[in-house]
Design a protein around this ligand. Structure first.
Ligand SMILES: Cc1cc2nc3c(=O)[nH]c(=O)nc-3n(C[C@H](O)[C@H](O)[C@H](O)COP(=O)(O)OP(=O)(O)OC[C@H]3O[C@@H](n4cnc5c(N)ncnc54)[C@H](O)[C@@H]3O)c2cc1C
Length: 228
């Protein structure tokens, strides 16, 4: 009997949950299961803002795929998906090709820029481990550079965060925790650092209970005052 060929693209939240559930519920005689991912690790996307702010090391956010996926049951391919052709039921990878009977796509998200000019070219985005690590390093580099520029470049210690949605506010809160540590580490006067959150809507955390929004805003303001 021909075993169905199940291909899962991406080992993020969706992909890893699918793989783990299928390995529990199916034997390798019932289906051939292949999991494709760029890296050999899974990362907790929901913690990336902490990695980007530098309040949590990225190694605590990722785990090896073979710690949760049984490679005897699931064929793991570390590669990058280039295209999918539903007609021929084929997935093109950077280094090969896969055929499927069933395809699960869990390749993640793209950051929204709302068409704002310059965001894509000039801003850093929280996307994955590599981009979060870059944001942390960029902030630290600029704090280190500030005194080398004799404190004349306040732009180096001015951080703008675009969007006051859930992730934007989470990131701002982590930065509010991190900035006092950075000031101490790099001998930067706390009162010189500016953290600016820009939002087009009339309120932060749109869609949340107004009482919770007020609580969150008060807590953030308190943090800013306390760390001065
Ligand atoms: C900072 C932050 C906080 C968040 N907080 C929450 C929250 O509290 N609650 C909530 O519900 N959601 C939250 N989200 C959103 C949530 O993380 C995503 O909706 C969810 O991760 C999407 O799951 P996914 O499986 O589609 O993709 P992801 O979890 O993003 O995984 C995609 C996987 O595909 C891999 N990949 C990508 N492209 C390729 C390619 N071309 N070839 C091979 N592999 C590839 C990636 O390496 C990754 O392993 C948050 C997101 C962020 C960034």
């Amino acid at each position: 009997m021909n075993r169905p060929n199940i291909v899962i693209l991406g080992a993020g939240y969706g992909g890893i949950m699918t793989a783990v559930n299928l390995q529990k519920s199916m034997s390798s005689e019932e289906a051939k299961i292949t999991l494709v991912n760029k890296h050999d690790y899974h990362y907790q996307t929901t913690w990336l803002h902490e990695n980007a702010a530098g309040t949590l090391h990225h190694d605590r956010t990722r785990l090896a795929i073979n710690d949760v996926v049984d490679f005897n049951k699931i064929n793991f391919v570390q590669d990058t998906v280039k295209s999918i052709d539903p007609k021929s039921k084929t997935v093109k990878l950077e280094d090969g090709e896969l055929n499927y009977d069933y395809l699960v796509i869990g390749l993640g998200f793209e950051s929204a820029t709302f068409g704002i000019d310059g965001i894509e070219e000039h801003a850093l985005t929280i996307q994955n481990i590599n981009s979060a690590r870059k944001i942390r390093d960029h902030i630290e580099y600029n704090f280190a550079q500030y005194n080398l520029e004799r404190g004349e470049r306040e732009d180096l210690i001015t951080i703008g965060v675009g969007g006051a949605g859930f992730t934007g506010i989470e990131f701002v809160a982590e930065l509010a925790n991190r900035i006092p540590e950075l000031c101490q580490e790099y001998d930067v006067p706390r009162e010189k650092v500016r953290l600016i959150n820009v939002e087009a809507g009339p309120t932060a955390l749109a869609g949340f209970d107004p009482e919770l929004v007020e609580y969150a805003m008060n807590r953030l303001e308190e943090k800013a005052l306390n760390s001065n």
